[in-house]
Design a protein around this ligand. Structure first.
Ligand code: C5P
Length: 237
C-alpha cells in the first residue's frame, strides 16, 4: 500500500456566497483546507500530496501549509476553470505506479479508515469510490413539475475519496479532454469509458462543505468528534 493524493482546492465557493474560496473559511479555528490536509499528513500510507490551487491563492495556501508544519505537499499545480481541469493538472504531477487518490478539499471529515478501504478496493479492482445510500425519496423534476419518482434502492450518493490505478485515471481524463466530456466526479469519466467502478461504504459525516448551512454542520461535527476523542481518552486513562 502507499498512495499519492490529488486535492482539488481551486473552487470559487459561489454557492457559499462568501466572496472568497470557501476552503479558506475557518471551522473550529482553522481553515477548512487545513483540516482536510491534516488527515492525509497524518496517514502513514499517504506518500505525497498534490494540491491544485488558483495562481492568485497559491501564496496563501503555501503560508497555511508552512504554519501547520505539513511536510507532504509534493507539488502545487494550477487549478483550472472546472474541477475536472484542476484534477487533470494534478494528474500531470503524479508519478510511478500504484493508486492515485482524489479527494475534494471541501471534505474535511474523511478518515484514514475510509481512505484505506477505498485504496485497497482500487488496488484490487482498478477504481473505487466512497458512496452512501440515498436516504431521501428522489424525484425527477422538470419546470417545477414532478415527472417521476426514482426507485432509490439502487441509488448511491458519490463522495470522495475516489481511488484509481494511475494509468486508468490518466487515460480517463485524456479521453474526456479529447471527447469534450465533463463530469462532476472522476469516477464518471472511468464509467463513461466502459470501465468498472466499485463502491465502498462511505460515511454520513464525510460531508462536502458547500453552503452556509454546511459550515454550521461542520462546526457541530468537529465539536462532536472532539468530545468523542476526549471521552475515549478518559476511558483509556
Ligand atoms: O464546488 P465543489 O465543492 O463541488 O468543488 C469540489 C472541490 O473541487 C473543492 O475542493 C473545490 O475547491 C475544487 N475545485 C477545483 N477547481 C475548480 C472547481 C472546484 O479545484 N475549478
Amino acid at each position: 500500500m502507499g498512495y499519492q493524493v490529488i486535492i482539488p482546492a481551486a473552487g470559487s465557493g459561489r454557492r457559499m456566497g462568501a466572496g472568497q474560496n470557501k476552503l479558506l473559511l475557518k471551522v473550529a479555528g482553522a481553515p477548512i483546507i487545513v483540516h482536510t490536509l491534516r488527515v492525509f499528513e497524518s496517514d502513514s500510507d499517504c506518500k505525497r500530496i498534490i494540491l491544485a490551487v488558483k495562481p492568485e491563492e497559491r501564496e496563501e495556501f503555501e503560508r497555511l501549509v508552512k504554519e501547520a508544519g505539513f511536510k507532504k505537499i509534493g507539488a502545487y499545480v494550477q487549478g483550472g476553470g472546472e474541477r475536472q481541469d484542476s484534477v487533470r493538472e494534478g494528474l500531470s504531477a503524479t508519478d510511478g505506479d500504484g493508486v492515485v487518490v482524489i479527494h475534494d478539499g471541501a471534505r474535511p471529515f474523511v478518515t484514514a479508515d475510509l481512505i484505506k478501504r477505498v485504496v485497497q478496493t482500487a488496488e484490487t479492482w482498478g477504481a473505487a469510490i466512497a458512496a452512501v445510500p440515498v436516504k431521501d425519496t428522489i424525484k425527477k423534476v422538470i419546470s417545477d413539475q414532478v415527472k417521476e419518482t426514482v426507485n432509490r434502492e439502487s441509488l448511491w450518493a458519490a463522495q470522495t475519496p475516489q481511488a484509481f490505478r494511475r494509468d486508468l485515471i490518466i487515460r480517463a481524463h485524456q479521453w474526456a479532454l479529447e471527447n469534450k466530456r465533463t463530469a462532476t466526479d472522476d469516477a464518471s469519466l472511468v464509467e463513461a469509458m466502459g470501465e468498472a467502478v466499485r463502491i465502498v461504504q462511505g460515511d454520513d459525516r464525510n460531508i462536502k462543505i458547500t453552503t452556509r448551512n454546511d459550515l454550521l454542520m461542520a462546526e457541530f461535527i468537529i465539536k462532536t468528534e472532539m468530545r468523542e476523542n476526549a471521552n475515549a481518552h478518559r476511558t483509556r486513562v
